[in-house]
Design a protein around this ligand. Structure first.
Ligand SMILES: N[C@@H](CCC(=O)N[C@@H](CS)C(=O)NCC(=O)O)C(=O)O
Length: 219
């Protein structure tokens, strides 16, 4: 059995996606905290492991994999007892991948584009356009969910973990109004029933949101 190490930080949404996947698969792993605000991702030692200086970073017996979407896919492919969380069927897999890319680009980048300047340059003014980008992501996700319990249909997959990890932290910048987004609201409530959800995602998301409470001005 490989020795897995996850490098992360408690408030990082993509780290939460990896924690959800690791715990769904009941895998043992070591967790190493990387303090981004202190710049620990830019040390020579970390850059050797991930020159893109991002967390999450997974170490599996000397192999380093970064980007939460790549990590979650790898974990299910390598260690999953079944392919439920990341189907091998080409069409089903394509649908999961579409949602993963949607998370990486449409959902996550608007979050990073606000929190990066806040943490590293102490920027507290947020242009309305950045909030509009988050709203666009909510609208698409609400449509994708339709009448399905999960983002790709009837089955829980890593696409739910990745999208939920981001979306549950985005209320730091834009509330998810249950009247406007009933499907997203119900989906997050459904995921929150997973036994490992609170520890893997909700605690960190609550902490993330609390950091931004009353800290930003939309201009
Ligand atoms: N698409 C990447 C995003 C990773 C990312 O940007 N992580 C942030 C923390 S949430 C980070 O490491 N920021 C530090 C940096 O970019 O230097 C993923 O899903 O893993």
């Amino acid at each position: 059995m490989s020795k897995l190490v996850l490098y992360g930080m408690d408030i990082s949404p993509p780290v939460h996606a990896c924690l959800l996947t690791l715990r769904a698969l009941e895998l043992e792993f070591e967790y190493i905290e990387v303090n981004l605000v202190a710049g620990e991702q830019k040390t020579e030692e970390f850059l050797q492991k991930n020159p893109q200086h991002t967390i999450p970073l997974l170490e599996d017996d000397g192999t380093f994999i970064w980007d939460s979407h790549a990590i979650c896919s790898y974990l299910v492919d390598k260690f999953g007892q079944s392919d439920d969380l990341y189907p091998k069927d080409l069409v089903k897999r394509a649908h999961v991948q579409q949602r993963l890319y949607f998370d990486a680009s449409v959902l996550f980048m608007p979050l990073k584009n606000i929190c990066g300047p806040f943490f590293y340059e102490k920027v507290t003014e947020v242009p309305q356009e950045k909030i509009n980008n988050i709203r666009d992501g909510y609208k698409h996700l609400e449509t994708f969910l339709g009448d399905n319990p999960y983002v790709t249909g009837d089955t829980l997959t890593i696409a739910d973990f990745c999208c939920a990890a981001t979306v549950s932290s985005l209320p730091a910048f834009l509330e998810i109004d249950p009247e406007i987004y009933p499907k997203i609201t119900a989906w997050l409530a459904r995921l929150s029933e997973l036994p490992y959800y609170q520890e893997s995602n909700a605690d960190g998301a609550e902490k993330y949101i609390s950091i931004f409470k009353d800290a930003l001005t939309i201009v």
